[in-house]
Design a protein around this ligand. Structure first.
Ligand code: PRX
Length: 632
């Protein structure tokens, strides 16, 4: 592909061009893809409604760019090395030719079930090749996938299915996770008790658990695709047709379905993949994210396949069978670019160097970080011990809503500084705003990170509720996309992300709204009221601290009460959102108008005992004293 920037000077020149003439710049990149029909209008936009259209009039199918166009020259190239959870189980490699066949068979199977362009398909799957095939099969026939991370509960799953009105769920009987096996199909069955839109459940047999199949509704994945034709015409999609929905948490309400569209997402994920990782044809790339998050969408599935890359798909966890698993896999497949989250780095750091130094990591060229701020100690450990002082660390800042990496170094081309994500990619125009919406020109001042010009893979809407998209992202600062993050820019123009400025917490790189956790807690029969805040956590980045007012506090054992509240969160969202600390309180600090003063609760969770700033609006200051006295 002819997309790669090859020097820092070229980056500076391209960046300038992309700002001075964005449409010409992106036309150049878009022209390197296969279009069924060339676009007429490169960009049409306004950030009020908002209304953003890239490559209008053009039509394409993204899967032709991920598969078909590679087949002639690179059909026998490995697309994925699948590494199972159990290192002794057989691994599998799938070539582009084989992936094409599998995708076409699955696409034909979906069609045989009556799936049409625009229908929504929910994918609730472990990290398997079948999951990747299912995703691409949806895109092949223009069905809109909505992947739900397999760690979410049946309640969370049914909310997402209902919001998208999905027609089919693709799932597995269960999944392997380290030494454990987790049941999935039962979760789906429970979820479907409250979902009317689902016509069929396609079940891939992953752990041989012999799960119950409901006649007429449930179909076995492999039996279904076995006799399907090996070719499937790629459905013609308009640039702005929906490619997928991915649910993500915000400050308020239930998670929202972020919508990405075909043309722009294709152009940007491929461009960012090749440049950030400086990926070359024969390199082996490994992104350790789960396909249920945006990182997995953009940098396991779409970006690498669009660029014809060979990637690793890992079913397991970094600590099984021991804490050297990541490094063992890097050695086994001679990984060249490795992309993971700070939380993984921090937890593996604690295991000492013997478990790292056993393995040959000399093939690594670029090591990346994503999902949360990386602290200096973790950055340095990663750089010294994994990159051996030779590999640039690309600290990539982006979001579900941005679709692709926005701020980052480009492999070894860019200068780097620990804890700084660095510079914007070409085409990205970040600004820092103060509380009044004025642009902060000076350096080293914290501001609200906003983007002032569209980029191809940006969020188009929140599914079924365009007003929500407008209110959350485009209303705080008129004319800007608001990221929800606070950031600083240093004298060299490098950006440093401080963290969320809204009620979103980032736990091990997973994003939760405090309101959504409170809602789950409040479903507990004992909970009267709750307030959830984040607090600094050595490994997870942020931990979840819940203050809960309960009834029958005196009659129930506090440990039992905590367990029961945790269970409510596990059921409402999933185990991944379990509070780390639950403090049973008699009341929450409120203003006279009844608003919870979270600022105070955040300070208490951080360990503050006396200095809470202005508390003059507090209704009952004694509540604070009581909470402090019993805090962890
Ligand atoms: O706060 C930022 C943080 O993760 C948020 C986005 O979360 P999500 O949509 O789940 O996507 C995560 C993976 C792209 C951001 O608003 N974040 C992401 N990357 C970084 C980061 N914070 C600091 N540094 C990063 N590199």
């Amino acid at each position: 592909m002819a997309l790669r920037i090859k020097s820092y000077e070229q980056y500076q020149i391209d960046y300038q061009k992309s700002i001075e003439n964005p449409t010409q710049f992106w036309e150049g990149i878009a022209n390197t893809f296969t279009w069924k029909k060339k676009w007429e209008n490169t960009l049409d936009w306004e950030f009020t409604t908002p209304d953003v259209k890239w490559f209008e009039g053009g039509s394409l199918n993204i899967t032709e760019n991920m598969l078909d166009r590679h087949l002639k020259k690179n059909g026998d190239k490995v697309a994925f090395h699948w590494e199972p959870n159990d290192p002794c189980a057989p691994n599998k490699s799938i070539t582009y030719n084989e992936l094409y066949t599998e995708v076409c068979k699955m696409a034909n199977a979906l069609k045989s079930l009556g799936v049409e362009k625009g229908d929504r398909i929910c994918i609730y799957m472990p990290m398997t090749l079948e999951a990747v095939v299912s995703i691409i099969a949806c895109a092949r026939i223009g069905a809109v996938h909505s992947i739900v991370f397999a760690g979410f509960s049946s309640n969370a799953l049914s909310d997402r299915i209902n919001d998208a009105k999905a027609k089919i769920v693709i799932t597995s009987d269960g999944l392997n996770r380290g030494a454990k096996q987790v049941e999935l199909k039962g979760m789906v069955d429970t979820a479907l008790e409250t979902c009317k839109s689902i016509e069929h459940v396609i079940v891939f047999n992953c752990i041989d658990s012999g799960s119950n199949m409901q006649e007429g509704r449930d179909l076995n994945y492999h039996a279904l695709i076995a006799d399907m034709p090996e070719h499937c015409e790629a459905t013609e999609m308009q640039s702005e047709d929906l490619l997928f929905i991915l649910y993500t948490s915000g400050s308020t309400g239930k998670p929202k379905g972020v919508v990405h569209t075909c043309g722009g997402y294709m152009v940007y994920t491929s461009y960012s993949f090749e440049n950030v990782f400086q990926h070359e044809g024969s390199d082996v790339f490994w992104c350790t994210a789960d396909i249920g998050w945006i990182t997995g969408h953009s940098y396991i599935v779409y970006g690498p396949l669009l660029s014809g890359a060979t990637s690793i798909l890992f079913e397991g966890v970094p600590t099984y069978p021991d804490c050297g698993r990541f490094w063992a896999i890097c050695e086994k497949y001679k990984v060249n670019q490795f992309y993971t989250a700070p939380t993984a780095i921090r937890s593996l750091m604690g295991e000492g160097l013997d478990v790292v130094n056993k393995y040959d990591l000399s093939n690594l060229k670029v090591i990346g970080s994503v999902g949360e701020p990386i602290n200096e100690e973790a950055w340095q450990w990663y750089f010294d011990n994994i990159g051996k002082g030779n590999c640039p660390v690309v600290d990539t800042w982006w979001q579900t809503e941005t679709g692709g990496i926005m701020l980052s170094g480009l492999g070894d081309l860019s200068p780097m500084k620990p804890t700084h994500a660095g510079y914007p990619l070409p085409g990205i125009q970040p600004v820092l705003l103060d509380g009044d919406g004025n642009i902060i020109e000076e350096n080293e001042q914290e501001g609200y990170l906003c983007i002032r010009f569209p980029w191809p893979s940006m969020i188009r809407t929140t599914y079924g509720d365009h007003d929500r998209c407008k209110n959350v992202y485009f209303s705080n600062y008129k004319g800007y996309y608001f990221t929800g993050d606070g950031a600083k820019r240093d004298v060299d123009g490098m950006y440093r992300i401080i963290g969320r400025v809204d009620d979103v917490i980032n736990v091990s790189g997973h994003r939760f709204g405090t309101a959504e956790i409170e809602d789950a807690i409040n479903t507990n029969e004992h909970a009267i009221e709750s307030a959830v805040v984040g607090y600094p956590h050595d490994i997870k980045g942020q931990g979840i601290y819940a203050y809960v007012v309960v009834n029958a506090a005196n009659e129930t054992d506090p440990e039992e009460m905590r367990k029961s509240l945790i269970e409510s969160v596990s059921q409402g969202i999933g185990k991944i959102a379990k509070p780390d600390k639950i403090q049973i309180v008699t009341g929450l600090p409120k203003t006279r108008s009844g608003k919870i003063m979270r600022r105070i609760l955040r300070k208490i969770a951080e360990g503050e005992k006396t200095n809470f700033g202005d508390t003059s609006t507090l209704l009952d200051p004694e509540v604070v004293e009581l909470i402090v006295k019993e805090s962890f």
